[in-house]
Design a protein around this ligand. Sequence first.
Ligand code: PGA
Length: 235
Amino acid sequence: MKYMVGNWKMNQTKAEIEIFFKETKIPAQTKYEAWIAPQALHVTLCQSLAKDIKIGAQNCHEKDSGAFTGENSPQALKDLGAHFVLIGHSERRAIYKEGHELLNQKTAHALKTGLKVIFCVGETLEERNGGKTFDVLKTQLDLGLKNITDWNNLIIAYEPVWAIGTGVTASPAQAEEAHAFIKKHLQRNCVVLYGGSVKPDNVKELMSCPSIDGGLVGGASLKAQDFSALCAACA
Ligand code: PGA
């Protein structure tokens, strides 16, 4: 199975969400499952409006309950019907300083709770220019996925940080090289999504690469027209 996953980040009002689900059209005959990660506050609303789109979250805590003011419990997300959660998005790593050990705990716990996990990895521009891309990916995978064995419920997303929200997309050759490295390093043909400025006009070329199993899309997943176009382009 392949996946087209929208990451709405901290965007979308209630009214915009209602319009999105009213207007989004997913092709009936498609190899791609459509998933959306709204803000956790909107999971219930999205669940009630989504017909052929699975709803998840963008982050969760590494425990189910306790004195953690302001956090989102994986158990609560599961109770609301969330299907999956993103772990280790570069914005969580860079802005909220989430490190390998914490991401490993979050991944293990979300899987145990019954959520599917999209574990995100990717290098910065400085790391790429310094020839460190594969070292960075290796470290993020080895430490973040330490002792994780539930591969039926685990998806990797390769998102080069320099391509996220910048309009600069990795070339199909650059993305394919990184995806092939990830599968080789993990010694399995796991699902690896590409993320970083995926748009209706570049999605087909990226998704036709042999090691790319879908997209993780920020900006172009916010509008029904664009998300429908992404799903239609690679149906
Ligand atoms: P973008 O974001 O598509 O806006 O580059 C991707 C992501 O952060 O997952």
